[in-house]
Design a protein around this ligand. Structure first.
Ligand code: GDP
Ligand code: ADP
Ligand code: 5GP
Length: 226
């Protein structure tokens, strides 16, 4: 009946989720497409964008440091965080669990900072459900051959892990259609420019400009609609 239908579609209380002043960027890609390299380049070029450090049950690779690339935690610790509702999203990726802590994101975007999440597509879909304004960006490699070559050149994963990541790549890339933007990481500098352009375009959106350039809006007598 109509009442139960209404209940089913009722929206949660208006909260941070629709009205946060910062932008939330979510970058996903199959492993090896260049997501980390591109986000690192973006962060170096744009100090207004902040990364978050995910939690993972995967062990650290060579130079990785706890609290820098990831918080490396045990499966029990991960379970406890899930039980405490500490994650915005979490997912099982290539046999390990990964999650984004709520605290890392909510405080920042509420203060008006831009945040970029480097997470897998399952997590990206969860984030979009919670933060409808999140900007979803998918990074594609120029070809499967190049993707494998990059994973091999990176030299961080054993062959069986590379094989697993290649098998998962096609499943992941089929999800690109659910994203707002697609960047093909062929020539690295070009892809960095594309990523910067997406970030820049968000800052030109009406509400963002109105907040950032309230002086101009006021001087021009443009009154915010109630
Ligand atoms: P922000 O988003 O406000 O930090 O601004 P950006 O740093 O993204 O861009 C500043 C200006 O430089 C804008 O007018 C951009 O269109 C332009 N711009 C940004 N990146 C590039 C680039 O790689 N090449 C060129 N030619 N222009 C760029
Ligand atoms: P991801 O974070 O998506 O797993 P990485 O950023 O670690 O991927 O990139 C995988 C490997 O490919 C790294 O060794 C990186 O230096 C290399 N790489 C990234 N982008 C390019 C590119 N455009 N051309 C060639 N190699 C690239
Ligand atoms: P890697 O082990 O190569 O660092 O990451 C493997 C995959 O896990 C990548 O696709 C990466 O984006 C994803 N990942 C990293 N952190 C998170 C996270 O917090 N949440 C989700 N859902 N995926 C993550």
């Amino acid at each position: 009946d109509s009442l139960s239908h209404q209940a089913a579609v009722a929206q949660p209380e208006p909260s941070l989720q629709d009205h946060y002043p910062g932008s939330l960027f979510v970058v996903a890609a199959p492993s090896g497409a260049g997501k980390s390299s591109l986000v690192k380049a973006l962060l170096e070029l744009d100090t207004r964008v902040h990364p978050t450090v995910s939690h993972t049950t995967r062990g650290p690779r060579g130079q990785e440091k706890h609290g820098r690339e990831y918080f490396f935690i045990s499966s029990d610790e991960f379970d406890a965080m899930v039980a405490n509702d500490a994650f915005i999203e979490w997912a099982n990726v290539h046999g390990n669990r990964y999650g984004t802590a709520k605290k890392a994101v909510e405080d920042r975007i509420a203060q008006g900072a831009d945040v970029v999440l480097e997470i897998d597509f399952q997590g990206a879909m969860q984030v979009k459900k919670i933060f409808a304004n999140a900007v979803l960006i998918f990074i594609l490699p120029p070809s499967l051959e190049e993707l494998r070559a990059r994973l091999e050149r990176r030299g961080e994963d054993k062959l069986d892990v590379i094989d697993l990541r290649m098998r998962n790549a096609c499943i992941e890339m089929a999800q690109a259609e659910n994203f707002d933007y697609v960047i093909i990481n062929e020539v690295f500098e070009r892809a960095v420019f594309d990523l910067k352009s997406v970030v820049h375009s968000q800052r030109l959106r009406y509400p963002a400009q109105q907040r950032a350039r309230a002086d101009v809006f006021n001087a021009l007598g443009i009154v915010a609609k109630g």
